[in-house]
Design a protein around this ligand. Structure first.
Ligand code: NAD
Ligand code: TYD
Length: 351
């Protein structure tokens, strides 16, 4: 089985590459990644020399390059992880989200059609469904009502996948997962950002009152689900994947403070005093929650509880400070000041 994994140097993609090379011997894998600010070959340290692995640096929206790779490699399967993924960045500038997430997906779909790929797995998100109130869950049949430019670009990609299935019979499957967390997540996202800021004594910028709810999924559980859908999913179908671990943001941040205090010997009250309520994110989705019967029927269920996964994740960030220093470049500091500066919290202000 020969796989093309796009975005394999990012958070979920690198965990998936690691998972495949460890758990699925005999699967050959090409990783096509542009190495944006979020893509980091260090996430795949130790994999470079693996006989079943090859890395290609390139843009999924580059038609010529993508065609060349497909013609050379003759993939059985394509998994499209590559994307611009951060909601706050999509609010600052939606353009790269359209180029990579929409156009890039179409370029890949077209190549998959031309070279008769046996399966195209699109990695999507629960954010395409929009926002829930306190009650209810989204099913795979819920309407697509995205609210952020990021979510809109992912919904557009999902619809292109559907069109390629319906129009050309391309064997497409889509997974829509809830918020992932775990090792190698870029520190712009909630859990790593709060963990590192707490460790460094920086303010912890919680949007609004921290009442928004996310359903957390440990990244390895997602990787197992993706591999299962790849093997056993049905063409043209969508599979929701969630941990079933709903938490309010403020609960997550407080728990991170407790873990950081516990692990470092800092005073818990002092760490919690870093929590700073800041101006809310525009269009902030209140709550996501998913019904996952379809993927459960294939034989999947999450194995890592949020309590355990969060401990493991905080410990990973404590143990990997060099990785953190390297991925948090000057670009990160500029980005941080753009998003948080107007909210009264800036990077340049010393902790
Ligand atoms: P990430 O931002 O950590 O990584 C994205 C990767 O894609 C990076 O390696 C980047 O270099 C690469 N990339 C970006 N633009 C590219 C381009 N034009 N060509 C080639 N490579 C490019 O993202 P992630 O959190 O690992 O998310 C992976 C996928 O999972 C995305 O499609 C995302 O929408 C989806 N998803 C993520 C979550 C989550 O909680 N992180 C939840 C649901 C779905
Ligand atoms: P995030 O990790 O950006 O994922 P998403 O927006 O895709 O769900 O954010 C998770 C939640 O945490 C979301 O409700 C926004 C909130 N949040 C903050 O309160 N402060 C922050 O600095 C960040 C990055 C997120």
């Amino acid at each position: 089985m020969k796989l093309l994994v796009t975005g394999g140097a990012g958070f979920i993609g690198s965990n998936f590459v690691r998972y495949v090379l460890r758990e699925l011997p005999g699967w050959k894998l090409v990783n096509l990644d542009k190495l944006t600010y979020a893509g980091n070959l260090e996430n795949l340290k130790g994999m470079e020399g693996h006989p079943d692995y090859r890395f290609v640096r390139g843009d999924v929206a580059n038609r010529k390059l993508v065609d060349e790779i497909f013609s050379e490699e003759r993939f059985d399967v394509v998994l499209n992880f590559a994307a611009e993924t951060h909601v706050d960045r999509s609010i600052l500038d939606p353009s790269p989200f359209l180029t990579t997430n929409v156009q890039g997906t179409q370029v890949l779909l077209e190549a998959a059609r031309k070279y008769k790929v046996g399966r195209f797995l699109q990695i999507s998100t629960d954010e395409v469904y929009g926002s829930l109130g306190r009650e209810g869950t989204f099913t795979e049949g819920s309407p697509l009502l995205p609210n952020s430019p990021y979510a809109a670009s992912k919904a557009a990609a999902d619809l292109l996948c559907r069109a390629y299935y319906k129009t050309y019979g391309l064997p497409v499957v889509i997974t829509r997962s809830s918020n992932n967390y775990g090792p190698y997540q870029f520190p712009e996202k909630l859990i790593p950002l709060m963990t590192l800021n707490a460790l460094e004594g920086r303010p912890l910028p919680v949007y609004g009152r921290g009442e928004n709810v996310r359903d957390w999924l440990y990244v390895e559980d997602n990787c197992r689900a993706i591999a299962l859908v790849l093997e056993k999913g049905k063409d043209g179908e969508v599979y929701n994947i969630a941990g079933g671990e709903e938490r309010r943001n403020i609960e997550v941040v407080e728990r991170i403070c407790e873990l950081v205090a516990e692990r470092t010997g800092k005073d818990e009250r002092e760490v919690k005093a870093l929590i700073t309520f800041v101006e809310d994110r525009p269009g902030h989705d209140f709550r996501y929650a998913l019904t996952c019967e379809k993927v459960r029927d294939l034989g999947w269920s999450p194995e890592v509880t949020f309590d355990f996964g969060l401990e493991r994740t905080v410990d990973w960030y404590i143990a990997n400070r060099e990785w953190v220093e390297r991925v948090r470049s000057g670009e990160y500091m500029k980005y941080y000041d753009k998003v948080y500066g107007p909210r009264g919290v800036s990077w340049s202000q010393e902790p």
